[in-house]
Design a protein around this ligand. Structure first.
Ligand code: ASP
Length: 590
């Protein structure tokens, strides 16, 4: 028997028991005749003590133990004289009687403690060591519990978990496909699913009524900060439902998992139309944990001789509570921040509503105190507040100010820790006009239905009509992060054909790529709708963290590489020839 207990469970009431523990040596300390070892496993850390007065040879062996050696210790539990209140096992220690080294370890490349001294790259290369650390273990175990809670909840609601294939044909979720060459079908390729979208719709045609799957999705995107080329969704689809039914079901799921795993009651989720979210927050995923809503200032700020404002489509500001005391340097830093190419604003205007009642702005030349006070009144500013104002093209400027709003809140610690603000964003546009490409893009994906009352307009309307069509599409946002998105689907061949046509597919292309789905619509497809949650992101948001990587056991780095196993990698000539492939870039290099 390797152990009678784990390293996290012994308490004062176990004093006197003879126990055996197995685990890793986290740290050792020598104090004259006493050698202390912190023994760690996934359950916790228990202090083991070797006393040379009791057993000198044993204590000598203990002194030679290295970090991360795997050992087995047998001894009696006793009360510690010097208790550690920060550890659940901190009241006791094991007085060792036997020691077995189960395996030695090289000196690890970084310290395996809650705070590690290892850099990102090093920890990624030795991910199996990093995964031993408490914070990561906590994340991975949280993830497992969340998956189990999701399965239990959806199972209780009659959802059927169905696995869909990974070797498929392109699913248009807006990214590039990862492809896999087929050996048996020369010159042909599978695509890895960007999501199981078409399969879950086919399951509705097949009558499964309520489907879910916790499933890997693959998208070959340029990796922005918090993206992974393979990530996990809680993917769902339901038949004979309206948007309302889907929102209620998944609001129920979200409330359930927050209650079960966080002990948090989320209450009813507010809803906001897409247009309103952009207008009030400059974002389709507003963070509602703090205020600073956008205030339009056109009427107050235009026609006063300030050309920048007069020529702008929109003048818009936010009130930053209590920040009239920002220094010149801090304001300059904010100006530089909005001028970065990622944001793209030309400049930033500020107004300080000082505690003494005076007003100071960067546009004092054009606006007197009364005029500036009127802006303040429009935004609800009080003494001590700051206003930040941008101007320009309507949509762009709102988004820029929306980004600045988030930046300021984070920079100046204005986001209450530990709070959760969920929100349904609804009524997304169906299509997005791409001026450069001269074609529409699907705002969600090509299978999204226009609102029922819009179907006629879609089938018969002109180009301008298409731009204004609204979809039964919805996103769940929590704390400004997009947690999930879905839509009511088209289930009629004619409407689906029309949508493909608007998206620039010729009838032949649509048939070639999605003939299987449109064909299925001709065999009694029920009305259906669905949603998918980003599982990795849900884990991170529930724990108040921003990096999904910390919730994935073996993630990729920013270049899409797994530096631990060193993938992607070349394959040998025989494998290439079996697959009928020739790598031209490699030839050039050789
Ligand atoms: N397949 C969609 C996505 O991955 C979700 C859905 O519409 O159900 O975003």
């Amino acid at each position: 028997m390797f152990r009678t207990h784990n390293c996290g469970e012994l308490r004062l009431q176990d004093a006197g028991k003879e126990v055996t523990l197995s685990g890793w040596v986290q740290a050792g300390r020598d104090f004259g005749g006493l050698t202390f070892v912190d023994l760690r496993d996934r359950y916790g850390i228990t202090q083991v003590v070797f006393d040379s007065d009791d057993d000198a040879p044993l204590a000598e062996r203990a002194r030679k133990l290295g970090r991360e050696w795997v050992i087995q210790v047998t001894g009696a539990v006793r009360e510690r004289t010097n208790k550690n209140p920060n550890r659940p096992t901190g009241d006791v220690e094991i007085l060792a009687r036997e020691l077995t080294v189960l395996n030695k370890s090289k000196v690890p490349p970084f310290t395996i403690e809650d705070e590690s001294d290892g850099g990102d790259d090093l920890r990624m290369r030795y991910r199996y060591l990093d995964l031993r650390r408490g914070p990561l273990q906590k994340n991975i175990i949280f993830r497992s519990k969340l998956a189990l809670a999701v399965r239990a909840y959806l199972g209780d609601q009659d959802f059927v978990e169905v696995e869909t294939p990974n070797l498929i044909k392109s699913t248009p979720e807006g990214a590039r496909d990862f492809v896999v060459p087929s050996r048996l079908n020369e010159g042909q390729f599978y695509a890895l699913p960007q999501s199981p979208q078409t399969f879950k719709q086919l399951l509705m045609v097949a009558g499964y009524d309520r489907y879910f799957q916790i499933v890997k999705c693959f998208r070959d995107e340029d990796l922005r900060a918090d993206r992974q080329p393979e990530f996990t969704q809680i993917d769902c689809e339901m038949a004979f439902v309206t948007q309302e039914d889907v929102l209620n079901t998944f609001e129920g799921l979200t409330r359930h998992v927050f209650r079960e795993l966080k002990g948090t009651e989320l209450g009813e989720f507010p809803r906001m139309q897409y247009d309103e979210a952009l207008r009030r927050y400059g974002s389709d995923k507003p963070d509602l944990r703090f205020g600073m809503e956008l205030t339009e200032l056109n009427e107050l700020a235009q026609g006063k001789g300030f050309k920048v404002f007069d020529e702008a489509e929109l003048v818009v500001g936010i009130r930053v509570p209590g920040k009239a005391d920002l220094s010149r340097k801090q304001l300059d830093a904010l100006t530089d921040w909005v001028k970065r190419p990622q944001i793209g604003a030309k400049g930033l205007i500020y107004v300080k509503f000082n505690e003494d009642g005076s007003v100071k702005s960067s546009v004092d030349k054009f606006f007197d105190a009364d005029a500036l006070q009127a802006w303040g009144a429009a935004a609800g500013a009080e003494k001590g507040d700051l206003m930040l104002v941008l101007s320009g093209d309507d949509e762009k400027t709102r988004k820029q100010l929306g980004s600045l709003r988030l930046h300021v809140a984070a920079e100046y610690d204005m986001i209450p820790a530990g709070s959760f603000k969920p929100l349904w964003v609804v009524d997304f546009p169906l299509l997005e006009w791409d001026e450069e490409a001269g074609r529409f893009h699907a705002m969600h994906h090509p299978f999204t239905s226009p609102k029922r009352e819009e179907v006629d307009r879609m089938l018969n309307g002109d180009h301008e009509t298409m731009k204004s069509l609204k979809a039964d599409a919805y996103d769940l946002v929590i704390n400004g992060a997009e947690i999930g998105g879905g839509s009511v689907r088209i289930y009629d061949r004619g409407l689906q054909e029309k949508n493909f046509q608007l998206l620039g597919f010729t009838p032949e292309e649509a048939e070639e790529q999605f003939g299987f789905l449109m064909g299925a619509f001709e065999y009694g497809a029920p009305p259906h709708a669905g949603i998918a949650f980003g599982f990795d992101r849900l884990c991170a948001v529930m724990n108040g963290q921003s990096s999904i990587r910390d919730f994935i056991a073996f993630p990729k780095n920013n270049q899409g590489r797994d530096v631990m196993i060193d993938a992607p990698a070349r394959i040998d000539a025989q494998q290439l020839s079996d697959l009928n492939l020739r790598v031209t870039t490699a030839e050039k290099r050789e």
